[in-house]
Structure formats: structure tokens, C-alpha cells
Design a protein around this ligand. Structure first.
Ligand SMILES: [Zn+2]
Ligand SMILES: [Zn+2]
Length: 275
């Protein structure tokens, strides 16, 4: 089995508003996306297909075929359009919100009939460089990711090892005065898209929880000194990602946390699924 991903992009405007709600209620649900005058995004779409390689041409699917499909099904309906007013599906139903989640599902259902059975694996739609939705054709289950960045210092040092062993194991990362990173944290939640709001979770809700549980505790801090979690625990990224899970997961409920990805540097990242 081979997996192939093709990227395309489109620019579109929209708003998220439930018609019978007041301005205040819509802003409470959707944040700034409720602006009745609209706003817009540079959407980036990644379409992942899977399959065996054809013996005669050595390909899963000809990219020319895939590009033509993306052009007629996606670009023609989405690029430089106002989604609430001009998109063939969203304009017909003011109760179907053009959220990142709903657009990812709409694109999936638009592409599937023109592709061989089971070939479409995933639709990933970036609404901005810091948030995207993944859809795998599983009912209304969508995975929503938001990317955060924060800065912290740490020193890798295990209390179970001698000073000499610490220097050997951790090298320059054992520097007593510490060093620091711009940590990048990807928070992925999953769930059925709410029919009324078109959301798995409000990004403003995720932001609030991350602000309180991550930024307030760890941003511009020295993990070993400022964070009680690391008083005796070595702040490796493995330990750190679990600490982050333990503070985020209960505070996100009933939203289901699916995965945390912690990037310590551009060269390494650590994924944790809660177990
Ligand atoms: Zn938007
Ligand atoms: Zn480090």
C-alpha cells in the first residue's frame, strides 16, 4: 500500500453565524468568525490517496488526473468565493456553517465519487498555518489540530544518576545554567462535528485552556525552577509531553484530546496519545 499526498490552495471568505441567534450569541459561539461582514482565509488543502502501484505506469494515481479533479471539484467551488453566498452547498443551507471541519467533510464527499473505491485516505484542510482539520470519511468524526508556540528553559538532569553520569548521558543539555527552546505544541482533539455549530471544539475554547494550563505555567519559565511538576522529574520532552497531557486533558473535557505533539527543535518531535 502506498500513500500519496497532493496539495492545493484556495482563498475564500465566510462567516459562521446561526441565523436566529443574536450577534452576542454568535460571537460567544464562534468568536471573531461571527463577524457578519465576513473574513477570509488562505486555505491549504492536502488530499492523501492510497493504493497499490499500477504495474503498467508505476503510479497509484496519475497526478494530472488528481489535479484535474481538484480543479473541477475544489478550486471551481471554493477559490475566490464567498462560501456562505456562493458555494453550491453552504449557500443552500444557512444552518450548515462553513467551518474548517465542515469544509473538510464537504471536500471529501465531493471527491469520493470521482475516485476509485477506497482510494481517498484523508482530507486535511489548513484554515491558517496554525490550525487544520483532518477527515478520514468516518461519519462525522473530525480531528482538529491547533498549533501553539511557547518558550522555556530547562536542564536535563536526572536525580537517579550521579553528576558525572548526568554529564555523560545528557552532554551539553546538562549545562547547570540551562538552555532553552521555542517549543511548538500541536493539540489534536477529535469528535463528531456538532450539527448546529459545525465545530468539534471552538478554537477560542482551546486557546483559553492552553493559555491557562500551558502558557501560564510554562511560557517564559525555567522548567526545572519555576514548574513544580519538574521539581524531581527530569524535563525531557518525553516527560514534558506527558505533563502537558495531564494538565490539558481534564480541562478540555468533554472535548476529547486525541494527541499532543511536542516539537523541541525542528529536528525532533514527540507524540503522546495519553498512554
Ligand atoms: Zn474563518
Ligand atoms: Zn533542551
Amino acid at each position: 500500500m502506498y500513500y500519496l499526498t497532493r496539495q492545493t490552495a484556495f482563498e475564500a471568505s465566510h462567516y459562521n453565524r446561526i441565523p436566529e441567534l443574536s450577534d452576542a450569541e454568535n460571537f460567544a459561539l464562534f468568536g471573531a468568525a461571527a463577524n457578519p461582514n465576513s473574513h477570509g482565509h488562505n486555505y491549504v488543502l492536502e488530499v492523501m490517496v492510497k493504493g497499490d502501484v499500477e504495474a503498467d505506469d508505476g503510479m497509484v494515481i496519475n497526478l494530472v488526473t488528481l489535479d484535474a479533479l481538484l480543479k473541477t471539484e475544489v478550486i471551481a467551488n471554493y477559490d475566490h468565493k464567498h462560501l456562505n453566498r456562493q458555494h453550491p452547498v453552504f449557500s443552500e443551507n444557512p444552518y450548515l456553517q462553513p467551518t474548517c471541519e465542515n469544509i473538510a467533510m464537504e471536500i471529501w464527499h465531493r471527491l469520493v465519487p470521482s475516485l476509485p473505491n477506497q482510494m481517498l485516505h484523508r482530507v486535511r484542510l489548513y484554515e491558517s498555518t496554525s490550525n487544520f482539520a483532518d477527515y478520514y470519511g468516518e461519519g462525522s468524526m473530525v480531528y482538529l489540530t491547533k498549533i501553539y508556540e511557547f518558550s522555556a528553559a530547562h536542564r536535563l538532569h536526572s536525580h537517579a544518576l550521579s553528576d558525572e553520569a548526568n554529564r555523560e548521558v545528557f552532554g551539553k543539555c546538562n549545562n547547570p545554567a540551562g538552555h532553552g527552546h521555542n517549543y511548538v505544541l500541536e493539540v489534536t482533539v477529535k469528535g463528531d462535528v456538532d450539527e448546529r455549530t459545525g465545530l468539534v471544539a471552538g478554537l477560542n475554547f482551546l486557546d483559553e485552556v492552553v493559555q491557562k494550563q500551558v502558557y501560564a505555567r510554562f511560557d517564559y519559565k525555567h522548567l526545572n525552577i519555576d514548574a513544580p511538576e519538574f521539581e524531581t522529574l527530569n524535563p525531557t520532552s518525553e516527560n514534558f509531553v506527558k505533563v502537558l497531557w495531564d494538565v490539558l486533558e481534564p480541562n478540555l473535557r468533554p472535548v476529547v484530546l486525541h494527541r499532543l505533539r511536542l516539537r523541541e527543535t525542528a529536528k525532533n518531535h514527540f507524540d503522546y496519545y495519553g498512554a
